[in-house]
Design a protein around this ligand. Structure first.
Ligand code: PEP
Length: 323
């Protein structure tokens, strides 16, 4: 049991079931790859397999985990975009405060700037707050902009950069997004770095060309990836109700992980969360979550409904399968 504790198998069901079994016999847990803990696929030695069998036959059930290619914790962000009023945001915060969220997931919500302080003051500390954008540098004579310094001052922990609406509606360039991201990181914010192709790019078979160009712009500007979550959001899937199939999403996520491995480092490739965004909802999130390179979600429309957003956060359980 000490070995089992040491390898920090996070799933409470496994831990509880194992603890229950320990009273009758004490098989030792030989974990071949202890670096894959928590929700990672734990490649177990035969002694642990025997434990699992024993638990099952005892009728207690032992849940394993499906494979996750990365080693980061599941991450779900809710992007409220330019939505909400004082009243609707109070209701949403109440719903989130009373939601039961799994432990194995980092949860972040991103209100419009105007409501950030109100949300930080009333939202459970279990959920962190992101801004939807920030300026390229320190503040000053930049009418309508908000600096990363101000976000930090307000208690914000994350900022979304490179969202397709900022790229394709507001006209932000790859280079500008890189600069904004680097400045935000330098101030201690985490960056949710969005990438994604338009429908015409996909149809012209240019999906990875576009995504890699966008990634390269981040790489040109930042030197430390430890506070970056990459959000793959195909533009054709955002706000359209047309979700990428799990296979389509997995294919691009795997390509992004490989790009990170080759262009940045194997360590960054393994540790960086690559989350999917584009019409994720309570009904499709579990199947998407089973894909091994999908480490969470960035959610728009469905993040405006507390119970549904909680369901999406808890899709992390789809990473766990009944043995
Ligand atoms: C988004 O805005 O990042 C997004 C993914 O929106 P939706 O979930 O509504 O498609």
């Amino acid at each position: 049991m000490a070995a089992m504790a040491a390898c920090r198998i996070a799933h409470a069901t496994v831990a509880a079931a194992a603890a229950a079994a320990s009273s009758s016999s004490k098989p030792s847990c030989v974990v071949a790859r202890p670096q894959f803990c928590g929700l990672r696929r734990v490649e177990v030695g035969c002694e642990f397999g025997a434990l699992a069998q024993q638990l099952q036959s005892a009728g207690r059930g032992c849940r394993g985990v499906v494979s996750m290619a990365g080693t980061g914790k599941f991450f779900v962000g809710g992007n409220w975009k330019c939505n909400g009023t004082n009243e609707s945001i109070e209701k949403l915060v109440e719903e989130l405060n009373s939601a039961k969220l799994e432990e194995d997931v980092d949860v972040v919500v991103s209100p419009p700037y105007l409501y950030i302080s109100k949300v930080i003051g009333s939202l459970t500390k279990r959920i962190e707050v992101a801004a939807q954008n920030s300026w390229t540098g320190k503040g000053g004579a930049y009418t309508g902009e908000i600096s990363a310094d101000q976000l930090v001052d307000a208690g914000v922990k994350w900022v979304i950069q490179g969202h397709s609406e900022r790229r394709h509606v507001i006209g932000e360039t790859n280079a500008m997004i890189g600069t904004k991201s680097a400045y935000a990181l330098s101030k201690g914010l985490g960056v949710i770095a969005c990438v994604g192709e338009k429908l015409e790019d996909r149809e012209a078979d240019r999906t990875t060309d576009v995504v890699f160009e966008q990634l390269q712009a981040y790489a040109d500007a930042v030197s430390d990836w430890s506070n970056i979550v990459v959000a793959y959001e195909p533009v054709w899937a955002i706000g359209t109700g047309k979700v990428a199939s799990p296979q389509q999403a997995q294919e691009v996520h795997a390509a992004i992980r490989q790009w990170l491995k080759e262009k940045i480092s194997p360590e960054v490739s393994s540790k960086t969360r690559i989350i999917y965004g584009g019409s994720v909802n309570g009904a499709n999130s579990a199947e998407l979550a089973t894909q091994e390179d999908i480490d969470g979600f960035l959610v728009g429309g469905a993040a405006l409904k507390g119970p549904e957003f909680a369901t999406i956060c808890n899709a992390v359980t789809a990473k766990k399968v009944a043995a």
